[in-house]
Design a protein. Structure first.
Length: 284
């Protein structure tokens, strides 16, 4: 492998793995294995561990034949809220018919970093709820019944709907109205104004701040920093939406916030998702 090599969407590098915001999944311990046959490839994988997810941008039929000789792995769609899979999972691909690349460990709990949910096709007014489900599942925590949530840029209400279904108290803020069915849900309050007009120093504290607002990332950054600096929030989940060229400087500034993380979700488009959690005080 050399720096800059690509195998489909898989970027190959001889360097040690690092966190990369735009990587959907990172193979943490890849190794190349020469294989003379389909059976030899399957034997090599079984010799390393049991559970494997295949990535096949090339050699699709041969990959399928190897997979048939491995223990069956057919993950069931998750019903949100549900913990992410915790079983050990590796990733592999055929770089050539006689060359296997396998990593017994990876950064994502899902095959190729692609979560599969049982979708709600009737309630939410948009499919934006899927990225909310994905990030909360990755974080391993979500609002509980009675949690106070602020949803900025809420219209038409996909995130508000999902949060209200969890039993949270949701204040939705947007210049545009919510879908009427979402606005009528128990626990939902709507303020039809700009998310950027709110002053966190004078607003009531919230357990969770959510933002899927359409704005330049630098402006969203200022808003998120204001809420964190005011000490009025315990968790933040926010989308960085890039309009045109990627604002790498803003993305790096988000990533530099202590306690924060920036990542590209499977359900993200040309955007990143920022998450942050307030550190708990340690008593001696």
């Amino acid at each position: 492998m050399t720096i800059g090599d690509w195998h489909g969407d898989l970027a190959l590098s001889p360097d040690p793995p690092i966190h990369a915001a735009w990587a959907q999944n990172i193979w943490l311990a890849p190794r190349e294995i020469p294989v003379a046959s389909i059976g030899e490839a399957a034997t090599a994988l079984r010799g390393l561990q049991r559970n494997w997810g295949a990535y096949a941008p090339e050699h699709v039929r041969r990959t399928a034949l190897v997979t048939e000789r491995l223990p069956s792995l057919k993950p069931k769609p998750m019903v949100f809220p549900q913990a992410a899979p915790s079983g050990h999972l590796g990733a592999w691909t055929l770089l050539a018919t006689d060359r296997l690349l396998a990593s017994p460990t990876q950064s994502s709990p899902w095959i190729n970093g692609e979560p599969l949910f049982v979708e709600d096709r009737t309630g939410p007014p948009s499919r934006a709820y899927l990225k909310l489900w994905e990030i909360l599942t990755l974080l391993g925590t979500w609002p509980q019944p009675g949690s106070r949530c602020l949803d900025l840029g809420a219209s038409p209400g996909g995130w508000t709907y999902s949060l209200a279904r969890l039993g949270a108290e949701v204040l939705a803020v947007d210049k545009a109205p919510l879908d009427p069915a979402v606005a009528a849900m128990p626990g939902v309050t709507m303020r039809q104004e700009s998310a950027f007009a709110l002053d966190p120093r004078t607003e009531a504290p919230v357990d969770w701040l959510f933002s899927d607002v359409i704005a330049y990332p630098s402006r969203t950054l200022s808003m998120v920093r204001a809420w964190i600096d005011a000490g009025q929030v315990h968790h933040v989940v926010c989308t960085l939406k890039f309009q045109g060229a990627t604002d790498h400087e803003a993305a790096e500034a988000f990533a530099a916030i202590p306690g924060g993380s920036v990542r590209h979700l499977f359900h993200n488009k040309h955007e990143l998702t920022f998450s942050w959690q307030k550190k708990k005080a340690v008593l001696f």
